[in-house]
Design a protein around this ligand. Structure first.
Ligand code: SF4
Length: 82
C-alpha cells in the first residue's frame, strides 16, 4: 500500500498527484504545491491477457509525516486506494 494515504501532505503533494494520475483516480487537489524529498516509488507491472496494468506505490519518502487516516478523512466513506 502507498504510504501517502497516512501522510499529512497527501492533499498537497506533487508526487501523490502523479500517483493518482497513474491510477486514473480523482485528484485530492488540482494544484499540488508540496515537493517531497526523495520519494521512492515501487512500480508493479502485471499483464492480464493483452492488458498491461501498472501499479505505483510510494514506499518511502523523507518528507513523510504520519497523519494516520488522512486520506480517509478527506474522502469519507470511499475505499482507501491500495
Ligand atoms: S509520503 Fe511523501 S510522496 Fe507521499 S504524500 Fe507524503 S510527502 Fe508526498
Amino acid at each position: 500500500m502507498c504510504i501517502c494515504v497516512n501522510c499529512a501532505y497527501v492533499d498537497q503533494c506533487i508526487t501523490y498527484h502523479e500517483v493518482e494520475r497513474q491510477h486514473q483516480q480523482p485528484h485530492l487537489t488540482d494544484t499540488p504545491t508540496f515537493a517531497p524529498v526523495s520519494p521512492t516509488i515501487n512500480v508493479n507491472i502485471r499483464s492480464r491477457g493483452e492488458v498491461i496494468e501498472m501499479e505505483w506505490d510510494v514506499v518511502g519518502c523523507e518528507s513523510f509525516a504520519l497523519d494516520k487516516g488522512r486520506w480517509s478523512r478527506l474522502r469519507p466513506g470511499e475505499p482507501v486506494p491500495t
